[in-house]
Design a protein around this ligand. Structure first.
Ligand SMILES: Nc1ncnc2c1ncn2[C@@H]1O[C@H](COP(=O)(O)OP(=O)(O)O)[C@@H](O)[C@H]1O
Ligand SMILES: [Mg+2]
Length: 258
């Protein structure tokens, strides 16, 4: 096992009924690096991310996050709750929808996981929540209710909430897709600051310029397969596979490319 790889998938397969959604996925994310996962809708990107923290259980293959690994090709066994919990504790996940608790303040939303799952004392969780809210630029919103926030602010709370669990890796699934265009930048700025701090991240995104500028590597997926993978700038600006070229041609207007 390579110590430079923080996330490793080998030969991961997943079907829903007759639909083969992940065909044979092998990929890795180096510790402290950022990988952007791009590809058309329905190509299996969300299923891939969900497999990494076992929200979806693969049919076959090997998955490792940090020093927790599971081989699904061994005589099949559904992971037990404790094993699932150990896996999930490693990864923070941020979705398109924020899923904040509406009846709790912003600060209480960020405290909830550490207090109920990790058993952190409330006073300590509150201090940590305030630090995290300051980090995502929302120190002044600690006492606010989620419904009083903009979409960009809610998504920054969701990021703070994921970070409160002290994950080893962060997974983002189209975290900015539901936002009004003028709110995308503030969320991407937080992702960028996490990258600068050395957080290992795998992000599904349609923000191609962001993928090019912030990710170290880009993976293009189509129909449940990794079609092309390489350094971010190379894949985005000079893709070698015709399918990648075709997919990216839809974005070039927004890429600011010559
Ligand atoms: N729980 C599920 N049950 C049945 N089909 C699913 C399920 N989740 C995803 N799919 C199907 O798997 C395919 C890939 O979905 P998804 O991973 O969400 O792709 P992407 O995120 O790239 O758009 C789609 O055809 C989708 O309808
Ligand atoms: Mg998706």
């Amino acid at each position: 096992m390579s110590e430079t790889k923080m996330i490793e998938l080998v030969g991961v397969k997943k079907s829903f009924g007759h639909l083969e959604v992940l065909k044979d996925i092998t990929l890795s994310v180096d510790k402290g690096s950022v990988v952007a996962l791009i590809g058309p809708s329905g190509s299996g990107k969300s299923t891939l991310l969900r497999s990494i923290n076992l929200l979806t259980v693969p049919d076959e293959g090997f998955i490792r996050v940090g020093d927790h690994a599971k081989d699904f090709s061994k005589p099949y066994s559904v992971p037990r709750d404790r094993e699932l919990a150990a896996f999930r504790a490693r990864t923070g996940m941020v979705f398109q929808s924020f899923n904040l608790f509406p009846h709790m303040s912003v600060e209480e939303n960020v405290m909830e996981g550490p207090v109920t799952v990790l058993g952190v004392a409330k006073a300590e969780a509150r201090i940590q929540a305030r630090e995290l809210l300051a980090k995502v630029g929302l120190a002044d919103k600690a006492q606010a209710r989620p419904d009083s926030l903009s979409g960009g602010q809610k998504q920054r709370v969701a990021i703070a909430r994921a970070l409160a669990m002290k994950p080893e890796v962060m997974l983002f699934d189209e975290a900015t897709s539901a936002l009004d265009p003028e709110l995308v930048g503030e969320v991407l700025a937080v992702v960028r600051s996490l990258a600068a701090e050395g957080m290992t991240m795998l992000l599904v995104t349609h923000e191609m310029a962001f993928a090019r500028d912030v990710a170290d590597r880009v993976i293009f997926m189509r129909d449940g397969c990794v079609v092309e993978e390489g350094p971010a700038r190379q894949v985005i600006e000079n893709p070698s596979h015709p399918a990648t070229q075709s997919f990216l041609s839809h974005f070039h207007g927004g890429l600011g490319l010559p």
